[in-house]
Design a protein around this ligand. Structure first.
Ligand code: NAP
Ligand code: HSE
Length: 433
């Protein structure tokens, strides 16, 4: 029998203990041994919990970390501390660790993987990216023979749920977010989802594996979905696009990479555009395999538990022989986002009077930006809403032009700027200049 200790009994922790009980027969058949949840760390003993946790709760982390009979510690509390310290202690005490905590792995992976290696134990984190989607193990094992050229995907279930609900059901942002929280998709601080930080942590983990380097979340350029308004979704639809929060990383030359999380208008025929609600998808491009896509539920109790329990089984069966250590041996430079190129959608409000449009297009022209399309939308009073789409331009040229446009007397505001997928790009990465 393999004894495990679980730290945290929220959405995912509850899913894990319920799944271990529900499928105990197949799990022990496949493993050749039973898994026993010996102790579960919580903060509050009086809270109503799943019946599967009865008699196992403790308020003391030491009851798990110092118990010599516990071989595997499963960290499902979330947040940076005390999760990181508990993971460290468990590794120091030569216990395998399974976690779904992308914040800790993306920020402190180097230190923790080195410690795991020194202690001769595993640190497994399949559930930290893409919820129930198998992606970490396939990247490290099944695609190990490839040089990875690019990864792009929808890595956050909460924001994808919100955008889908806004697009398809006309729901407002706050209402859709509340529902995502009720369904257990959102982080305890949902601004981590909305502002793109959660997707940036996941992209940092994926690109570290894909490009054998160490990318931390602070190196990822991030824009969230907080500025997306119903008007953007409506105009995107009229142009044949859907708006998705896309996380993307690609190699630029031999020594540089580009890592960006941002909303992107994707053609409705693009494979990521069909990814709805809490579903996530990750497109990986390898030099031998070509393009492969991984798809599934990116958040939620049971899909995430599926990934965590598979890691527990892997830790239980591996003994010491089959461990895959950290593979981040290279040092690559992350390039400045200003030099990344894309097409851009711009929505702005300006006075509806002669000469205004020519001043706006003048600012674009002076910054070497050519426009693909200009449409005047609603006019309210003497203010018109104008939608423009550029050709491929470097982001820094666009920023410079917009700074000039914002200063024009007749321009009320630049309401939004969103990357647009082009014929040859995913909207984030165009040709690099
Ligand atoms: P959650 O519902 O907020 O649950 C966290 C649990 O940890 C709560 O039960 C909380 O106790 C407990 N906890 C927090 N700090 C603690 C401490 N210091 N001592 C003891 N217990 C503590 O979070 P979750 O959604 O299950 O997420 C857990 C982890 O999985 C996070 O790292 C998250 O990013 C990751 N993840 C979540 C999903 C998902 O769909 N939810 C998917 C993939 C990965 P109380 O019950 O007392 O508040
Ligand atoms: N909050 C995360 C999401 C949970 O919505 O994708 C899964 O990592």
């Amino acid at each position: 029998m393999i004894n495990i200790g679980i730290m945290g009994l929220g959405t995912v922790g509850t899913g894990v203990v319920e799944l271990l009980e529900k499928n105990q027969h197949v799990i022990s058949q496949r493993l050749g041994e039973a898994i026993n949840v010996k102790k579960i760390l919580v903060r509050d003993l009086s809270k109503k919990r799943t019946p599967c946790a009865e008699g196992k709760l403790t308020l003391r982390a030491e009851d798990i970390l110092e118990d010599e009979e516990i071989n595997i510690v499963v960290e499902l509390m979330g947040g940076e501390e005390p999760a990181k310290s508990y993971i460290k202690k468990a590794l120091q005490n030569k216990k395998h660790v399974v976690t779904a905590n992308k914040e800790v792995i993306s920020k402190h992976g180097k230190e923790l993987f080195e410690l795991a290696e020194k202690s001769g134990v595993s640190l497994l984190f399949e559930a930290s990216v893409g919820g129930g989607i198998p992606i970490i193990r396939p990247m490290k094992q099944c695609l190990a023979a490839n040089r990875i050229l690019k990864i792009s995907g929808i890595l956050n279930g909460t924001t994808n749920y919100i955008l889908t609900q806004m697009e398809e059901k006309g729901r407002n942002f706050e209402e859709a977010l509340r529902e995502a929280q009720r369904l257990g998709y959102a982080e305890s601080d949902p601004s981590d989802d909305i502002k793109g930080f959660d997707a940036a942590r996941k992209l940092a983990i994926l690109s570290s594996i894909a490009f054998n380097t160490r990318i931390t979340p602070d190196k990822v350029y991030v824009e969230g979905i907080e500025r997306i308004e119903p008007e953007d979704i409506k105009y995107a639809g009229e142009l044949g696009y859907s708006i998705k929060l896309v996380a993307s990383a690609r190699k630029v030359g031999e020594r540089e990479i580009e890592v960006i999380v941002a909303p992107v208008m994707l053609k409705q025929s693009h494979p990521l555009s069909a990814v709805r609600d809490v579903y996530n998808a990750i497109l990986v491009e390898g030099d031998a395999v070509g393009k492969v896509m991984f798809f599934g539920q990116g958040a939620g109790k049971m899909p995430t538990a599926s990934a965590v329990v598979a890691d527990i089984m892997d830790a239980a069966r591996q003994g010491m022989r089959r461990r895959i250590y950290c593979t981040c041996y290279d040092e690559l430079k992350v390039i400045d986002v200003g030099s990344s190129t894309s097409r851009f959608y711009i929505r702005l409000k300006a006075k509806d009077r002669p000469g205004v449009l020519s001043k706006i297009s003048g600012a674009f022209g002076e910054n070497d930006i050519s426009l693909n399309m200009v449409i005047q939308k609603d006019v309210k009073g003497n203010v018109a809403e104008i939608v423009m789409v550029t050709h491929q331009v470097p982001f820094r040229n666009l920023q410079k032009a917009l700074d000039e446009i914002k200063d024009l007397q007749d321009v009320e505001n630049v309401a939004n700027v969103i990357r647009v997928e082009g014929a040859t790009s995913d909207g984030i990465h165009g040709n690099h200049r």
